[in-house]
Design a protein around this ligand. Structure first.
Ligand code: FE2
Length: 397
């Protein structure tokens, strides 16, 4: 007999149109990968059965890691659910079908007092989906820290989808013994199969009128790589009538005026920025640098009204502290930069307007430290202008 308290580390993620993946851990091997759910507490009218995995890492053996997709689900609806055929009961809210939709954004979280403060602030915000541009637990080879991180984020991540991509702290490779991203891939399964990718390290999803692409800064990105081919194919599939907003996340920033990690994103930028520019990406979120920075619309290293806004939001609160030193003078493309812990909120109001705000942890939650209205490229005429050129680069073999 296994116990209720052994339903651990519950988090949810979007898994294709109207579906959600529920992930959790049990320390009992016989625990089933069943999720029962319904729209009233304690009344489970539907259920789904999934899969499970586990991994070994030197002397550490993980619990049984369950991933179960449920649906089809109604939009903008609260569901009550339980995992493994027993309590406790959790509840989640599905995202809306249409605008407005709000994303909470925070990278480089870790599990410190600062992290707790960031999560508390996010919890006070009204949002639909959490976006995390890499560096989750800072387990750094100590596998039990993945478990404590799972427990720390469960109150938020069991209630709203957490869509994540990986950073350097997820790599945890030991040559000849442990492959890169083994723990991350086992625990944080994202909808890569649902989006035609062959790797959990890059994928895309759609929510309300937004197409979101998650890329991997630490997997091959050159023109001959699988990730590059997949990105081109995914960008070609984007229908701006259905999803007027196009958003991209990855870990290592391309536009960064902090001394920390200076230039580390240059290789990926050289390979992939032409694709993002051709497709008309509206906004890029990155992490890695433990500070906040927002750019103008940029391309090829300088401001460009038809490029993407780049935001570095690696200030979630990890144990390494803040990246305090900036290069001077501030580059012309950089509009706001500050080394403080915090999180961002990206509220897309309609097909043309979105409101971005950055919330510093030291302030009361209602205080916004940086805020700006962003208009979509769809509404600007940029996409129509560069349509022919963009099709050439995206269609090229
Ligand atoms: Fe990082």
């Amino acid at each position: 007999m296994w116990l209720n308290k052994h339903i651990l580390q519950v988090h949810i993620s979007l898994a294709g149109e109207k579906h959600i993946r529920i992930s959790w851990v049990t320390d009992e091997k016989s625990a089933p990968s069943i999720v029962e759910y319904g729209t009233s507490p304690g009344q489970y009218t539907s259920s789904g059965e999934g899969e499970s995995t586990s991994y070994s890492y030197l002397f550490y053996k993980s619990g049984k890691i369950h991933h179960t997709v449920i649906g089809p689900l109604e939009h903008n609806t609260v569901y009550f659910y339980r995992c493994g055929g027993q309590g406790p009961e959790f509840q989640l809210k599905t995202p809306p079908a249409q605008f407005p939709v709000t994303f909470a954004v925070a990278g480089d979280l870790g599990q410190t007092g600062w992290t707790k403060s960031t999560l508390d602030h996010i919890d006070q915000c009204k949002y639909d989906v959490h976006l995390l541009p890499g560096d989750l637990s800072y387990a750094d080879y100590m596998q039990h820290r993945w478990d404590t991180f799972g427990e720390l984020v469960q109150p938020l991540a069991s209630a709203k989808p957490w869509m994540v991509t990986q950073g350097n702290h997820e790599k945890e490779m030991i040559p000849l013994f442990i492959d890169a991203f083994e723990s991350y891939n086992a625990r944080w399964k994202m909808p890569y199969e649902e989006s035609g990718s062959t790797s959990n390290l890059y994928y895309s999803f759609e929510v309300a009128g937004v197409h979101v692409i998650m890329l991997g800064s630490y997997t091959d990105y050159d023109e001959l790589s699988d990730q590059y081919s997949w990105l081109k194919a995914d960008l070609l599939k984007v229908d701006r009538e259905k999803t007027p907003w196009l958003v991209v996340l990855f870990h290592v920033p391309w536009y960064n005026s902090n001394y920390a990690h200076q230039g580390e994103g240059d290789g990926m930028m050289a390979a992939m920025e032409p694709l993002l520019y051709a497709a008309g990406v509206d906004i890029v979120f990155a992490g890695h640098v433990h500070a906040y920075e927002r750019s103008k619309r940029v391309n090829n290293g300088k401001s460009d009204p038809c490029g993407a806004v780049h935001i570095t939001i690696g200030d979630g609160g990890n144990k390494e502290g803040l990246a305090q030193k900036y290069r001077n003078p501030q580059p012309e493309w950089s509009l706001f930069r500050e080394a403080s812990f915090g999180h961002g909120e990206f509220k897309i109001v309609n097909s043309t307007h979105a409101f971005w705000s950055w919330h510093r942890n030291d302030d009361d939650e209602p205080v916004k430290s940086d805020e700006v209205w962003i208009t979509s490229l769809v509404s600007s005429g940029c996409l129509a202008e560069k349509n022919y050129e963009s099709m050439k680069i995206l269609m090229s073999p």
